[in-house]
Design a protein around this ligand. Sequence first.
Ligand code: PLP
Length: 382
Amino acid sequence: MKFIPYGKQYIINKDKRIVLKSLSNDLITTGPYVEKFEEVLKKYLKCKYAYVCSSGTAAIHLAMLSLNLKKNDVVIMPAVNFIAAYNAAKIMQLKIYLIDVDKYTGQITPNTVIECIRKNKIVNIKALVTMYNGGYPEYSKEFYDLKKKHNFSIIEDSCHALGAGYKYKDKFYKIGCCKHSDISTFSMHPLKTITSGEGGIITTNKKKIAENIKLFRNHGMKRNKSKHWKYDILKHGYNYRLSDINCALGLSQLSKINFFLKKRKKIYKKYSKELKNFDRNLIIPNYSKNINPSFHLFLINIQFNKLKRNKDHFLKFLKDKNILAQQHYIPIYKFSIYDKNKKNFFGSEAYFTNSISIPIFVKLNKKDQDKIVSAIKYYFKK
Ligand SMILES: Cc1ncc(COP(=O)(O)O)c(C=O)c1O
């Protein structure tokens, strides 16, 4: 029986050919495809420095390392996010405060950031991690204003938002250009906007940060330019490199990004049209008019308490119809590893209780999308 997943990669023969070609090069890692891909990414994202690495998680870890964050430095980050940023910060022994999110978008807002700082009486914040849940980049400029006020760095966990952007004063900024942040990080996991199999991207406009990223990505190693056999180790780093094989695929995928975004937008529009005013207990988050999303996820919010049902019931109902919807994400404070006060996350609780992401990916065809819409509508009639 064929399941409809919530996301899926789109790979065509052209992608396969370039991967095969990359295997014939003398260098299949740290070679020409890495260089080319980084060059193209820099142009596409309009930033000064763009580097690839082994995953979105590695990109976030590199971001924290490159800011020279140290034990007990304070970072604040969303209570609802994929676990990567939290784990990286914990491994670095940073002091973490979680920020509540909006109950519909699942994203932090300037108000929830301010509330987190106020409630926890935080005075010396080193970094704020932002996250554009589902690829809808809200409040980038407003977070930048808070950065200036509190003097912290901004790491954008923009793993959902490759290809997304926002308008500010009639100018359009792509996420990754780092105009209103210090570092942006992206994932190229198969379900993201583009894929390199596994892979990550990290961008910045700051030279010092860029130098650190390059060092930490490759064992902290600096090679002597004229004597290739000599090198020194300047930092305790990692192997977070991405191979040429992955970069060949990434490069080929990036050339199709506009097509991918267009397809996702079309799916988004159809869902919106079908589901927007269908039932008052089904809410589609409202986003600012100033953003250009990447449409990574399509979130719906169901007022389960009014229906006297719950999210598990709905997810199981869809699964029985071969539709694999998902939850993005379980709040971090719900995990066994979390050891602090779990109270006061009202937005995150409401988001977690009611929010589901339904399938959206380039290859999702009209027939399957109609099937998903019909199943959801039937759920409300039952
Ligand atoms: C928001 C977010 N952050 C970080 C990551 C980690 O990326 P990766 O899986 O490439 O390590 C993901 C990937 O699922 C993600 O969705």
